[in-house]
Design a protein around this ligand. Structure first.
Ligand SMILES: [Zn+2]
Ligand SMILES: [Zn+2]
Length: 446
């Protein structure tokens, strides 16, 4: 239906003078948003039955100032300030962008990895101990494929990632962590054939294998039943028949792409043309192939993630290759961070306005009790497991310069150099009051 060559003047969705030749009627802002042109994180409540997709990063390599490593955040609206979140891949720099998007560290969870190339999970070891330290007292949930041998699967990667983090985790065990270091890994068969890998509270996520140079790369499709909305991220790989079948009719379909310009890439990258061709032809999708898949899948929005934003003639070439097969709604997902709001009636794209400096969402003590539980007047922080004194020679503390020598006398305070024996008690209602938050507000509010 939407297959139309670039040279055709017809809009595949129907002729609308002044409406472009690739844009449908449903490409318009949904009623929920507060600014039509820019997404300002933390300023919009995502309504029930509305999906928001944020491309936290979109490059394989190199990561650049414009594009972090590949990562897609899918948020499902619940009418509260903290929607239900899923993360698909977590490349280098994605964490930085997620925090700038006001994702509270304590609520950073449910990470689905398409395969174990490091450009798809580089920020996992960085994120893990710090979000535990910032109040994620529950286990991290990670989903990913097995491999042909046990050591090629997600379980193995996570186990050894934690071994890599031993020094860090022990050091932070002088802080309250509770169950924050535990990782619940759901490793599913890499060759699951549209198999269900997640099925909770009306959201089903399926996976199927992809051809990416080695067994163990998968695609994901998320179906949100109540809203009747779906999202597909293929991860890396060659255009394939299973993807054409299982991604059928997805509201938003995202795959990877690169231009078929190996002779130019050999000049710009300094690699031989054969090496470039070998990499593309065994591992990746050309834009021709991506456009062909779009035409097969017929999504409401087709997108390319995991690409190098070239600008100039190469970007134009990329678009032309896609348009050789696909005439419908399309976007590139960089530079960071592009945001899509999706309802049954509307799809709308904006770029996020992000702070360059640190501006993270603060911990809300209401997240420390199970949803629906009444907030107590007092809460005891979890007890640290390995006191500082047990993991550091006393000589290192003894060599510290006496604070008395550098503190101005009128501001000097007692040093909290060890965790108090009676523990630390927080008073959630007072904490919230100090922030001007009425405790009768929505319990998921920031
Ligand atoms: Zn990749
Ligand atoms: Zn890959």
């Amino acid at each position: 239906m939407n297959g139309v060559l670039l040279s055709s003047p017809n809009n595949p969705y129907g002729s609308r003078p002044g409406g472009g030749i690739s844009l449908p009627d449903y490409y318009r802002p949904p009623m929920s948003i507060s600014n039509r042109n820019v997404y300002f994180p933390g300023t919009e409540v995502l309504p029930k039955n509305e999906m928001r997709i944020s491309f936290l990063g979109s490059t394989p390599f190199p990561p650049t100032r414009l594009q972090a490593g590949t990562s897609i955040m899918v948020e499902l609206g619940n009418g509260g300030p903290q929607p239900r979140r899923f993360f698909f891949d977590l490349g280098s720099g994605a964490l930085k962008n997620a925090l700038a998007m006001q994702v509270p560290p304590a609520l950073f969870n449910d990470i689905f990895i398409t395969h174990l190339h490091v450009d798809h999970y580089a920020d996992l070891p960085y994120m893990h101990p710090f979000t535990a330290w910032m109040g994620r007292f529950e286990p991290l949930r990670v989903y990913g494929p097995s491999g042909s041998r046990p050591e090629l699967g997600t379980n193995h990667m996570i186990k050894h990632m934690r071994e890599m983090l031993v020094w860090h985790e022990e050091n932070f065990d002088a802080f309250p962590i509770a169950k924050g270091y535990e990782i619940d890994v759901t490793e599913f068969p890499w060759d699951a054939d549209n198999g269900i890998v997640y099925d909770h509270d009306g959201v089903v996520i399926r996976s199927w294998p992809r051809s990416h140079g080695k067994n163990g790369a998968v695609a994901y499709r998320l179906d949100w039943e109540e809203a009747d909305l779906s999202f597909v991220w293929t991860g890396d790989g060659r255009p394939d028949e299973k993807t054409a079948e299982y991604a059928q009719g997805a509201d938003v379909f995202v795959t990877e792409g690169q231009a078929d310009t190996p002779q130019l890439q050999s000049i710009t990258m300094g690699m031989s043309q054969e090496m470039v061709e070998y990499t593309i032809d065994g591992w990746h999708s050309l834009y021709y192939g991506a456009g062909y898949l779009f035409e097969q899948v017929q999504p409401r929005m087709a997108a390319i993630c995991h690409y190098v934003a070239g600008g100039g003639p190469i970007e134009s070439e990329a678009m032309s290759e896609i348009r050789a097969h696909w005439g419908g709604l399309f976007m590139f997902t960089g530079p960071d961070v592009q945001v899509l709001n999706v309802t049954k009636d509307a799809i709308w794209h904006r770029e996020a306005a992000l702070p360059d400096g640190a501006a993270i969402a603060s911990l809300d003590p209401r997240w420390l009790v199970p949803p629906g539980t009444e907030l107590p007047d007092e809460m005891q922080m979890p007890t640290p497991r390995i006191p500082r004194a047990d993991q550091q020679d006393a000589s290192l503390r003894d060599m510290e310069i006496d604070p008395h020598l550098y503190y101005p006398p009128d501001v000097e305070r007692d040093q909290v150099s060890k965790w108090p024996e009676e523990g630390i008690t927080i008073r959630p209602k007072e904490m919230l009051k100090a922030r001007g938050i009425d405790i009768d507000d929505d319990p998921t509010a920031d």
